[in-house]
Design a protein around this ligand. Structure first.
Ligand code: A2P
Length: 330
């Protein structure tokens, strides 16, 4: 497979290269792409150096698949150009996610709907992916009525510049351009992406709308508060789930323990619960603090953590590519 990575010099792009290598995706030719200012720079893949090329040169090399993580503007402009050249695009930005003609894919849930007609495939929002991986098997068993989620999100979700801001603040340096409107170190920002007219942020509405689309059920009510915290290992989420049907706590454990890509870390007596510091660099979604909501029936509380650059972005995108390759759709 010839694989182009658009945004190869960015945080998610770098992670895509690592995940392609770790999972041994059958790459016969790697084509790293970034903005004009990075053309000619080197990136490393499987111990070898590769030269960054422009998107025009990448298209000429006719990759089978292009994994994009270069922001919404770039995807809006360039994904159709790649698609028209017959290259399947897997896009990490929010540009195509809610387009009714595009599929929004978490492989464990809905990859089976993909066909050769799907030339631009959207990778969901990072916070949404790690949540739906856990919600979906429980929805199948007990039918979810409503989800109330609060997130604790890593600065890596904003990109390299945000990590630089955090460490510059920590080290007392003023030599970087701030990407957050307030200090992030030793602080918490209840603000991710832009504010909308309804008082929610765009990130919060991504969790509401993308959950319904991926799980193919508009009846699931979701309300979210998304929060940026000064961590880099991954996103954490406190999730409250109300079901239509009664559940058994042991059965919830059994269902989740059998779910591919989900690891239960739930042993409060031994102080074991998911944390971003442990999720960092891992492909799985970690779940713990699983307990009944004692304030109302048929309701569950849990704590979900994943590396947002991995399952929340790079891993999910590479898993989509793996599915397409396995099914002969590339
Ligand atoms: P560059 O490094 O040349 O700016 P991050 O989210 O970590 O900041 O990374 C964003 C990624 O998207 C980088 O690899 C960046 O490349 C890339 N990028 C930004 N604009 C474009 C563009 N117009 N065409 C291709 N890649 C782009």
């Amino acid at each position: 497979m010839k694989v182009a990575v658009v945004g190869a010099t960015g945080l998610v792009g770098g992670e895509i290269l690592k995940v392609l290598a770790e999972r041994n995706f059958p790459v016969t030719e790697l084509i790293p792409v970034a903005s004009e200012r990075s053309v000619g720079k080197q990136v490393e893949f499987k111990g070898k150096q590769y030269t960054v090329v422009s998107f025009e040169d990448a298209i000429k090399l006719k990759p089978n698949v292009a994994i994009f993580s270069a922001g919404g503007g770039t995807s809006t402009k360039l994904a159709p150009v790649f698609a028209e050249a017959g290259i399947t695009v897997i896009d990490n930005s929010s540009a195509w996610r809610m387009d009714p003609t595009k599929k929004l894919v978490v492989p464990e849930i809905n990859a089976y709907t993909l066909t050769t007609e799907d030339k631009i495939i959207a990778n969901p929002n990072c916070s949404t992916i790690q949540m739906v991986v856990v919600l979906n098997p429980l929805h199948k068993k007990y039918k979810i009525k409503r989800v109330v989620v609060s997130t604790y999100q890593s600065v890596t979700g904003t990109g390299k510049a945000a990590v630089d801001q955090l460490f510059a603040e920590r080290e007392g340096r003023t030599d970087v351009e701030n990407v957050y409107p307030h200090k992030i170190d030793l602080n918490v920002l209840p603000h991710i992406d832009v504010f909308l007219d309804n008082g929610y942020t765009k990130e919060e509405m991504k969790m509401v709308n993308e959950t319904k689309k991926i799980m193919m059920d508009d009846s699931i009510a979701v309300t979210a508060t998304t929060v940026r915290i000064p961590t880099i290992g991954g996103h954490s989420e406190a999730v409250n789930i109300e079901f239509e049907n009664e559940f058994d706590l042991q059965e919830v454990y059994d269902i989740l323990s059998q779910e591919e890509g989900v690891i239960i870390q739930d042993d409060p007596k031994n102080l074991i619960y998911p944390m971003p510091i442990n999720a960092h660099g891992k492909d799985e979604v970690f779940v713990g603090r699983i307990r009944r909501d004692e304030s109302q029936p048929k309701t569950l509380n849990m704590w979900i953590v994943a590396d947002n650059l991995r399952k929340g972005a790079a891993t999910n995108a590479v898993q989509i590519a793996e599915f397409l390759a396995k099914k002969g759709l590339l």
